[in-house]
Every structure is written in structure tokens, then in C-alpha cells.
Design a protein. Structure first.
Length: 478
């Protein structure tokens, strides 16, 4: 356990910024020491004389830096240091004015620069303190020169630059210069306050904009979810009919299998060879033996078809993980076609033109949702029989999936609005007007875009363009 003496010598831990500040002070102290020695040597190492006044300037700065170094090193009075620095700077400027011509010097403008810099970088208290010490230092300088305590402008006299000013001129400057200092300080401080208030308003506006943006994102996700549910409802209506076929087929096969099982039991229970021969012909055992493998195979195919339909619905309805994976676009298109098949078969011919046979990094669940909307829209746009063409390929650094239909197309005046929320070309009650808007948002989030062309009377063509390397998405796309 350290004793009282050891505790007294412990120093506060300094931040890296304080260490850099101390290092800068050490460099300034070395420079001021060199300047002081050179000027003192020029004055023949005499502590006095007409030239000794300007020797005091580096000495004052050296003492000021030494005091700042000690206070910072010990961790004392950080707020006090800023006021002390302003006071030393003000009196140092007073010495410079004294050396270069006093009231005839242009150096009082440096007071204005010091006050303006203080007003722009600190608060009102520091600004008013700077005005006070600058005015006080300038008045003390004029008083000392007027009473003869200080030699009037020693450098100016040596080089005969300025004549000695009359008392009236000195009195006028004693009033004029402080007035300029006060006005400049107050004006710049007022401007600095206005700037601070403007920055505060901007920060508040930015925070409000960030909050509104977050609410917009949440609302957009709810919109996506609503449209997904609407699309799911449309799919379920068709899938229910689509499931009836394989289920009805399997049910019919099971009835046949049940009947055949009864025949086979009767045939197996007969032990008389003549009776077995008669039953074999009567119960058509040979036909059962031939058709049973085919019946089982057909039943398996029906159940496989039902499993595929249910799996497709499950993939579509569950939240899509925002994680890209490498997949063939052809696979996504085929799965989507199986889902929307009820809207297409018997009247719409689907043509595939796949020019891209390599895997692509994408978000399969999101892309399937987009293609589902486009295919259902295309099917609903075709009255009676028609055709839909699906194409894939590359376009520069992007890949594309194109859906073209043989419907009537989109009117030119409606084309600019088709991606607007709640805009629809369908009859009332037949659509939410969100499908294309949500699809556009999904593709944009994946780093791509949707282009649409609709020559009059030649159907519509939607092209989904996606980057080869999609952006990383976080969380779930609900």
C-alpha cells in the first residue's frame, strides 16, 4: 500500500489528445527559447535598452507555454487554461502593437482577428472575456506610452517609420479601437450563435428524417407482407384446384387397389387347382398382375405432384431469408410456373428461351415472389388463348429474366404509373394495385431494376435486371 508521499506524486491518466497537446507545447517552448536567445544576443545580452521590449515577446510566450504545460501535465483547471491563453495572447498583441508603431500600427486589426476566431470557436463567455482583455491591454499600452513609462514604438523609432503621435490621436484611438473590438466581437458572436442554432435545427431535422425514414421502411415492409398475402390467396385458390387432380387420381387408384386386393385374397384362398384356374380367369388375375405396377407408379407420381405443389406454397409463404445463394434461374422459374400453372394451362402456351445456363447469386424467395406477380398479371391480361414467353440472359454486368405476354398491352398514358402503389388497370375488386409496386421495391432492394415495354397492340414485356453480385441484406423480408 503506497504511503501519503507516493499518493501525492501520482499523476492523472492523460488522454492521447492531451499527450499530443503536451508534445506541441514542448516544440513551441523550444522554438520560443531559441527565439529569445537570438533576440537577447542581438541586444548584446543586456536586459534593458530600447530594443529590449521586443525581446520580451518570445519570453512571454515561453513562460505562457511553460505554465500551460505544467497545468496540463498535472491535470489542473482545463477551463482556466483557455481564459489564461486568451489573456496572454491579448497582452502579447499589445506588445506587438507597441513595437510596431503603437496607435500608428496596423496590428490592432489582429485584435479583431483574435476576437472573431474566439467567437467562432468558443462560447459567449470566452468571446466577452476576449473583448475585455484586448480592450484593457490596449488601454494599458496607450496609458504607459502616454505617461512615458514605455518608450514610444521602439522599433518604429529605430527605423524612423512613424513619428510620435499627438495625445489627441492617442485619445481618439483609445476610444475607436475598443469600439471596433466590441462591435466585431458581438457581431461575430451573434453570427456564431445563429450558426449553432441552425446546426441544432439541422440535427433535429435529421433526427426527424431518420425517424420518418424508419417508419417508412416499416410501412413498406407491411405493404410487402400485405401484397404477399394477397398473392398467396390468389395462388391458394388455384392450387386447391390443382391439388384436386393428383389427389382424385390417387383416390381412384386406391379404390382399384382395394378391389384388386379382394380378388387376390379369393384367388389365394382357393386350394383346388381346377377352381384356381377358373378363378384366375374369372377374377382377371393376369390383368391385375400386369396393371398393378403401373397403378402404383401412377399413384406415386400423383403424390409427388401434390408434394411439389405444397412445397412450392411453403417456400412462397414463409419469410425469405435475406441471404443470397447460387442458383440456376431456370430452377426458380420452373418452381414458380408450378405454382401459377392453374392460371396458365389449357389456354396459355408458355415458351422458354433460357440463354443463361450458369448459376447466379440471388435471393430465390424474393425473385420467385416477383415472378409470381408478373406471371399472374400476364395471365390475367390475356383474354382467351394466348402465349407467355420467358427469357433469361446477360446484359453487361447484370442478368435478366424477361416475361412477355400476347395480351392487349398497357395504354401509353398509364405506362408511367404502373409502379405506383394502388394503381391498377384491372376491374374494381380484381386487384390490390400493389403487385407491381411491391415487385419494383423488392428488385430495387436487391440492387436491380424493372424495365417495361408495351408497343400498342403487341402485349407487355417486363424485364427484371439483377446484378451478378447482389448487395447484402439483413434480417427477414416479411
Amino acid at each position: 500500500m503506497p504511503g501519503p508521499r507516493a499518493l501525492a506524486l501520482e499523476l492523472p491518466r492523460r488522454e492521447p489528445a492531451q499527450e499530443r497537446y503536451l508534445r506541441g507545447l514542448r516544440i513551441r517552448m523550444i522554438a520560443m527559447t531559441v527565439a529569445f536567445v537570438i533576440l537577447l544576443a542581438h541586444n548584446r545580452f543586456v536586459l534593458g535598452g530600447a530594443h529590449f521590449t521586443y525581446v520580451l515577446l518570445p519570453l512571454i510566450n515561453l513562460l505562457d507555454d511553460a505554465l500551460m504545460y505544467y497545468l496540463t501535465w498535472r491535470g489542473f483547471m482545463v477551463e482556466f487554461q483557455s481564459y489564461l491563453r486568451l489573456a496572454v495572447d491579448a497582452f502579447a498583441l499589445a506588445f506587438i502593437c507597441h513595437l510596431t508603431g503603437s496607435v500608428s500600427s496596423a496590428m490592432p486589426m489582429a485584435y479583431v482577428m483574435l476576437i472573431c476566431a474566439t467567437a467562432l470557436t468558443t462560447d459567449r463567455a470566452h468571446t466577452y472575456f476576449s473583448i475585455a482583455v484586448c480592450t484593457f491591454g490596449y488601454w494599458v499600452l496607450l496609458l504607459l506610452e502616454f505617461t512615458g513609462t514605455l518608450a514610444y514604438a521602439p522599433l518604429a523609432q529605430v527605423f524612423r517609420i512613424f513619428p510620435r503621435e499627438e495625445p489627441l490621436t492617442m485619445a481618439t484611438n483609445a476610444l475607436f479601437v475598443p469600439t471596433i473590438l466590441v462591435l466585431s466581437g458581438v457581431l461575430v458572436s451573434h453570427l456564431a450563435d445563429r450558426r449553432a442554432k441552425t446546426e441544432e435545427r439541422l440535427r433535429a431535422a435529421h433526427a426527424e428524417l431518420t425517424r420518418a425514414s424508419g417508419e417508412l421502411v416499416r410501412a413498406e415492409r407491411k405493404l410487402h407482407h400485405s401484397e404477399k398475402l394477397a398473392s398467396l390467396g390468389t395462388l391458394v385458390a388455384g392450387v386447391a384446384h390443382e391439388l384436386n387432380n393428383p389427389i382424385g387420381f390417387v383416390q381412384s387408384n386406391l379404390q382399384s387397389l382395394e378391389e384388386w386386393t379382394g380378388r387376390l385374397r379369393r384367388y389365394a384362398a382357393c386350394e383346388d387347382p381346377e377352381g384356381r384356374a377358373r378363378l384366375r380367369k374369372e377374377l382377371r388375375i393376369d390383368m391385375i398382375d400386369e396393371e398393378l405396377p403401373e397403378l402404383i407408379s401412377d399413384s406415386r407420381e400423383g403424390t409427388r405432384r401434390a408434394v411439389e405443389i405444397v412445397a412450392g406454397l411453403k417456400d412462397f409463404s414463409r419469410p425469405s431469408l435475406k441471404r443470397a445463394r447460387s442458383v440456376l434461374l431456370e430452377e426458380i422459374i420452373d418452381k414458380t410456373l408450378r405454382l401459377v400453372n392453374v392460371h396458365l394451362k389449357n389456354r396459355i402456351r408458355v415458351t422458354r428461351a433460357f440463354a443463361l445456363n450458369e448459376p447466379v447469386n440471388c435471393y430465390p424467395g424474393l425473385l420467385s415472389q416477383v415472378l409470381t406477380n408478373l406471371l399472374i398479371n400476364a395471365a390475367q391480361a390475356i383474354e382467351g388463348e394466348g402465349a407467355i414467353t420467358l427469357e433469361t440472359g446477360r446484359a453487361g454486368e447484370m442478368v435478366f429474366v424477361r416475361v412477355s405476354d400476347s395480351g392487349p398491352g398497357i395504354a401509353p398514358e398509364k405506362l408511367p404509373h404502373i409502379f405506383d402503389p394502388f394503381f391498377t388497370t384491372k376491374e374494381p375488386g380484381q386487384g390490390t394495385g400493389l403487385g407491381l409496386s411491391v415487385s419494383y421495391g423488392i428488385v430495387a432492394e436487391m440492387g436491380g431494376r424493372i424495365e417495361v415495354e408495351s408497343p400498342p397492340g403487341k402485349g407487355a414485356r417486363f424485364t427484371v435486371l439483377l446484378p451478378m453480385e447482389p448487395p447484402a441484406l439483413e434480417g427477414l423480408y416479411d
